[in-house]
Write a protein that binds this ligand. Structure first.
Ligand code: HQG
Length: 178
């Protein structure tokens, strides 16, 4: 039976971002795992696919959710982790403006306490409004916040760029939101 790419992408996100232990896997340094080990353990745990299926999902992922190591032996999720992992990304100067899409029901709480990572390791920000809109829609009626990333950077707050271009930071205080 052909492997459903969306299902496999969701499975890989689940394992590589949230629950590697569900299939007896441990994330290595900077979130990398050996592809053959991942395939073997997933199959043993009842999710059947081949290395080629995984590589197909990596290549076709709309958001480039997964990164391959230069030697092609390892895979990691580019961002979105809830498990504690240091991706080893160097701090970078962000664009002066970034965007965060959320749902209107979260707006008051966010204006009060800023953007928090919630279940993930860091707050996720987009470099364009259209992407933020799509991120917000996942949660309900969307609301887009503009983030004064330049102002935060000037105050010494750090930004990181994930392998797939998503911007990450630890917390956005309310004074940098509009
Ligand atoms: C909200 C997807 C109340 C925050 C996307 C968001 C992204 C607060 C929700 C990536 C809050 C967390 C991440 C506060 C933040 N009070 N609510 N103080 N601070 N929130 O899913 O950014 O398809 O963990 O606004 O494309 O929506 O999975 O984060 O609504 O890149 O690859 O708490 O996930 O990518 O939701 O999405 P999430 P996110 P994938």
């Amino acid at each position: 039976m052909p492997v459903d790419q969306v299902q496999l992408s969701k499975f890989l996100s689940f394992v590589l971002r949230h629950k590697p232990d569900e299939i007896g896997l441990t994330l290595g340094a900077e979130g990398w795992v050996n592809i053959d080990e991942l395939v073997e353990k997933a199959n043993a745990a009842g999710t059947t696919f081949h290395r080629a299926d995984l590589l197909g999902v990596v290549a076709s992922s709309d958001k480039k959710r997964f990164s391959l190591s230069a030697d092609g032996l390892m895979i990691r999720a580019a961002q979105g982790h809830s498990v504690a992992v240091d991706l080893g990304l160097p701090p970078q100067e962000p664009p002066s403006m970034l965007y965060h899409g959320t749902a209107t029901r979260f707006v008051d709480a966010i204006l009060g306490e800023g953007l928090k990572p919630q279940a993930r390791q860091q707050v996720h920000l987009s470099s364009d409004e259209a992407t933020a809109q799509r991120v917000g829609q996942r949660h309900g009626k969307p609301h887009i916040f503009k983030v004064d990333a330049g102002g935060m950077h000037a105050k010494g707050l750090k930004f990181y760029r994930a392998d797939n271009g998503v911007w990450l930071t630890d917390h956005v205080p309310p004074e940098f939101l509009s």
